[in-house]
Design a protein around this ligand. Sequence first.
Ligand code: NAG
Ligand code: NAG
Length: 435
Amino acid sequence: MSHLDDFPSTPGKFKMEKSPFIHSRMRWHWQSSLAKLSFWSLIFMGVIFIFFFRSPSSNPIAQDPSRRSLRTYNWGGPVWEKRVRSSARVLSRNGFSVLVTGAAGFVGTHVSAALKKRGDGVLGLDNFNDYYDPSLKRARQALLERSGVFIVEGDINDSALLRKLFEVVAFTHVMHLAAQAGVRYAMENPGSYVHSNIAGFVSLLEVCKSANPQPAIVWASSSSVYGLNSKVPFSEKDRTDQPASLYAATKKAGEEIAHTYNHIYGLSLTGLRFFTVYGPWGRPDMAYFFFTRDILKGKSIPIFEAANHGMVARDFTYIDDIVKGCLAALDTAKKSTGSGGKKKGPAQLRVYNLGNTSPVPVSELVSILERLLKVKVKRNFMKLPRNGDVQFTHANISLAQRELGYKPTTDLQTGLKKFVRWYLGFYSDGKKAAE
Ligand SMILES: *[C@@H]1O[C@H](CO)[C@@H](O)[C@H](O)[C@H]1NC(C)=O
Ligand SMILES: *[C@@H]1O[C@H](CO)[C@@H](O)[C@H](O)[C@H]1NC(C)=O
């Protein structure tokens, strides 16, 4: 139903269709004199110039009525390649060259900025879909652009684009954060979860396994894979076969797909199970974000209770702690072992909880926001609907602590204070309020 499901798999293809013409001219002028050669070079440059700067109406995809509804992304061309190369250029000694998918997303923006800051080469990729207000994604893009990170506009299920990116840059690492997020939205648009979290992930792994050298991949799984488990805290070894939402099921599928690509092709893969990440530049579909908006509008706030009057709680994890975990996962990732699409030896396969180990009831979240926003909140107690949300999450992070040196340091009160400061600044002075 959304544009997500309707885009051409090879949007750059039409550019290739003209190349035989250019090539025949090329072959012809190789036989002529040096003077003629420079003459034809000029013509050639002219053709290239007209070709890349022609009006959009000459785009064959736009002219084809059967494809008019498709969302197209413009990529390719020498100017674009130059931007890609320059963004991915490594500036520090022994730095990485990282492709960050979902770079205009919440975690993607923060991770991209942190990598760039320490001198790694960073290239972003994002489809800027409208699951939530795209103007927030554009604002994050502007933020990254100022620090020299270019975000390619395109979809992770577009294999031609992914192959092109690996042709232009020999990425050492992929930080795969692009995903269809959200638990309840899956009932509205299940296809988008399959598209991004399954088809898109497979497309990405296909290109990675064929790349030479193969990159190491760190990717975002989710705490939701623990589903209906009641044993707390959640440990990596616990069962993950009873997801409560399609979102959780696609993330669990991703973990199994990762196992396959590691086993068959020798790809180094690290999955990170994020626990309710929050902070400045966060996602408007998350409770802490829309509670803030609704409290400021004077609306009442629903507080869910479990059937047995049990509290609903989340292991809220501050973005800066998550970023440290992501960078540590990249830094400790071993190289992939395959080449030419063939496995040459066993490769690293890991999964880590990245949480805060301190679950907070949602009612407490509301009380903290009430104090920070200085607005008396109208609470509306309701039963937790059975539409994907679980009652509580609580991470055991001892594995990440031991192997990544991961140690979260921000409590919810401190983190929300920073979020609220950002929110009030971002949505003040004429900027429209969050939808
Ligand atoms: C993903 O891309 C492949 C081909 O590259 C296509 O066959 C498939 O339909 C796409 N999947 C989705 C869910 O868009
Ligand atoms: C946390 O997980 C580790 C294994 O990584 C385990 O040894 C430990 O007992 C767990 N802690 C709790 C409180 O469940």
